[in-house]
Ligand binder design. Structure first.
Ligand code: G3H
Length: 257
């Protein structure tokens, strides 16, 4: 639109695409670190994009976090076939507060759109023995199958140490995250600046290696403080990921590119 051209947002999007090697980037005005309404704008931008790619039966796998919660808040009951929407948590509980958990967010997304949802209740960390029995539990098996069939994945990106603290990560793992110079986090994986995985929360559900098989992946993350985290994650070269971010993050990423 005219407004976006005048404000230079289109130009920022173009520069950001080049800097991060992405095909598609959306930048909303503002900095969500400073103004809370910007996070709502990220949510709205994501909701808009979801509608644009929906077709027929759709399984949407969703991670946790406050940005994903903002996406849920931005969804409206105007989908053409809401009964065909199915929201599934992307990964087993990874230590968030209830309002930021994928289960809660999926329930809200279903409620707001008129779609359906599934829950995935598994512990934070699973030992190999528990893993083996848990994945054969029919209710869990069903959700895991649905996740693999998802056409759309929505996920946040977090600053590594912030996320590790928020999840009350144990001492040993915290050491691993710090020693590995992790700066970014997405769906339980911690990345260094080069985009290498230095630690991963051992839980069931969507794994990094599943992403290339997902048709539409939307990473939603904003705020100047997340610039390094976003850059690190994008350095892992996630295939066909669309980044939805804000000016605060974008300007910071471009300043250090
Ligand atoms: O995995 C990434 C984090 O969930 C991001 O959380 O949206 O609350 O910053 P946030």
């Amino acid at each position: 639109s005219m407004m976006r051209e005048i404000s230079g947002i289109n130009e920022t999007e173009e520069k950001l695409k080049k800097a991060l090697g992405l095909e598609d980037v959306v930048v909303v005005p503002g900095n969500s670190d400073e103004e809370p309404w910007v996070k709502s704008e990220l949510g709205r931008a994501c909701a808009y994009r979801i509608k644009a790619v929906l077709m027929g039966n759709n399984i949407i796998a969703v991670t946790g976090g406050s940005t994903m919660a903002a996406v849920a808040d931005a969804l409206t009951p105007d989908f053409s076939a809401p009964e065909q929407l199915l929201f599934v948590p992307a990964r087993g509980g990874i230590g968030e507060d209830v309002q930021n958990q994928a289960n809660t967010i999926c329930a809200k997304m279903a409620e707001r759109t008129g779609g359906k949802h599934r829950v995935l209740y598994v512990p934070d960390q699973v030992s190999p023995e528990v893993y083996k029995s848990v994945v054969n539990e029919p209710s869990i098996k069903e959700v895991l199958t649905l996740i693999k069939q998802a056409e759309i994945v929505l996920h946040g990106i977090g600053e590594a140490i912030t996320m590790a603290k928020r999840r009350k990560t144990g001492k040993e793992e915290m050491e691993k995250i710090i020693q590995g110079h992790a700066v970014g986090e997405a769906f339980g994986y911690y990345f260094n600046e080069q985009g290498e995985v230095v630690h991963k929360v051992q839980t069931i559900g969507l794994q990094l290696e599943d992403l290339p098989y997902i048709l539409h992946v939307f990473a939603v993350a904003g705020g100047a403080s997340k610039a390094k985290a976003i850059k690190a994650y994008m350095n892992s070269k996630p295939k066909s990921t669309v980044l939805i971010t804000d000016e605060g993050a974008a300007k910071n990423i471009l300043a250090c590119s």
